[in-house]
Design a protein around this ligand. Structure first.
Ligand code: ATP
Length: 359
């Protein structure tokens, strides 16, 4: 497997990146470690597929280099890059058996038959397909066909990386959970370098060691699931990850105190005085907002959603709405409610970007 270096990489589909269509991928410098599991996560059109296709060689970038283990592969065709790919829809041979489909990438590389057999059975066991190995792919369900496609992507152990482009989109939701955790286990066991494109945060967070969050052609944060949850580098990451997403609201910040609607809120660190021409906001996850009577920022409880194992209170103050997540069984005050923010989990954003205060 390979370490992947992306050096000054950028891509514009049109001839004029300064024009209205701009860069589909804005200049990017990253190193993805050998054996890492990376997810590219972001809304439709943010550039995930463009980046994946540059790594696979389907697109030649307008700028920069793609380097696998120190070798510049930017102008190499896909076939020469030694990668495996799994797409959203099954890429299999319908008339072949499941066994022959799984064996194909190995036989193509002239792997000896005993080794082919051992590997095919190993992958089939992992995907729980041993009982259909002799069946032709044609008669199988869409889920089973996509599992074969996954198996074909995973069967070779000598590839530089395995690239997945929304591979579980067509899979039944029940089976999705199972395949997702099997992929994770396989990654742990094998140490493959894997890059996984998805717009589904649960898929990204359960699969990846590092999640690369993209917005409008730009990587806004690369971090572990815990980092993305606790310290979103951008308000967009805060909204996009978590359910409900992070609360973000305007505040005046001066030193260790923020003021929201005249209520002082203690901050975990010291920040400079907010500059008048910049947008200063506080961000806090609903999990770290507590509702109590007569304390904190006065709020109105607009509604409480009971989602089974916990409750979500929708709170308003002024014309803003925030959410608080509370354990099942929590009783909310009928009047005089206030929101209390856990200072250790308050983040300060200036023009959307996280700023670090002084300890
Ligand atoms: P999705 O989840 O919808 O597939 P994505 O995050 O993968 O989206 P891309 O498909 O990489 O995003 O698209 C990034 C931007 O580049 C979008 O604005 C898209 O319209 C544009 N784009 C993509 N492919 C082309 C193309 N072949 N020609 C011109 N523009 C393109």
């Amino acid at each position: 497997m390979a370490r992947i270096d992306l050096r000054n990489l950028a891509h514009a589909y049109g001839p004029n990146p300064q024009g209205p269509s701009g860069y589909a991928l804005k200049p990017l410098n990253h190193t993805w470690e050998d054996g890492g599991a990376y997810a590219l996560l972001g809304p439709s059109g943010c550039g995930k597929t463009t980046l994946l296709n540059i790594i696979s060689g389907l697109i030649t970038p307008s700028h920069g280099q793609v380097v696998f283990d120190g070798v510049d592969v930017t102008s190499m065709p896909t076939e020469a890059r030694n990668i495996a790919q799994v797409f959203q829809f099954p890429v299999i041979y319908d008339t072949m058996t499941v066994y022959d489909n799984l064996a194909f990438p190995l036989r193509n590389r002239r792997v000896p038959e005993p080794a082919v057999d051992a590997r095919v059975r190993e992958i089939a066991t992992m995907l729980e397909m041993t009982d259909v190995l002799d069946k032709r792919a044609r008669g199988l369900t869409a889920d089973a066909k996509q599992k074969i496609s996954l198996g074909r992507g995973l069967v070779r152990s000598d590839v530089a990386a395995i690239l997945f482009d929304e591979p579980l989109t067509v899979i039944d939701p029940q089976l999705k959970w199972q395949l997702r955790s099997q992929l994770k286990q396989l990654h742990k066991k094998s140490g493959y370098t894997m890059v996984y494109v998805t717009h589904d945060q649960t898929e990204a967070l359960t699969f990846a060691d590092k999640v690369v969050v993209m917005l409008e052609g730009e990587v806004v944060q690369m971090g572990t699931p815990a980092e993305l949850f606790e310290r979103p580098a951008h308000t967009f990451v805060g909204y996009f990850i978590g359910s409900p997403g992070m609360n973000v609201f305007a505040a005046d910040v001066d030193g260790t105190v923020a003021t929201v609607d005249g209520t002082p809120i203690r901050l975990p660190r010291a920040y400079g005085k907010a500059q008048a021409d910049r947008k200063v906001e506080l961000g806090i996850r609903p999990e770290f907002v507590r509702v109590a009577r007569g304390e904190g920022l006065p709020v109105t409880i607009r509604k409480v959603e009971d989602v089974g194992s916990y409750k979500i209170a929708r709170l308003t103050f002024g014309n803003r709405e925030i959410a608080a997540v509370a354990p099942e069984g929590t009783e909310f005050p009928a009047d005089g409610a206030g929101a209390i923010f856990d200072p250790a989990h308050l983040n300060v954003y200036v023009d959307g970007h996280l700023v670090d205060g002084a300890p």
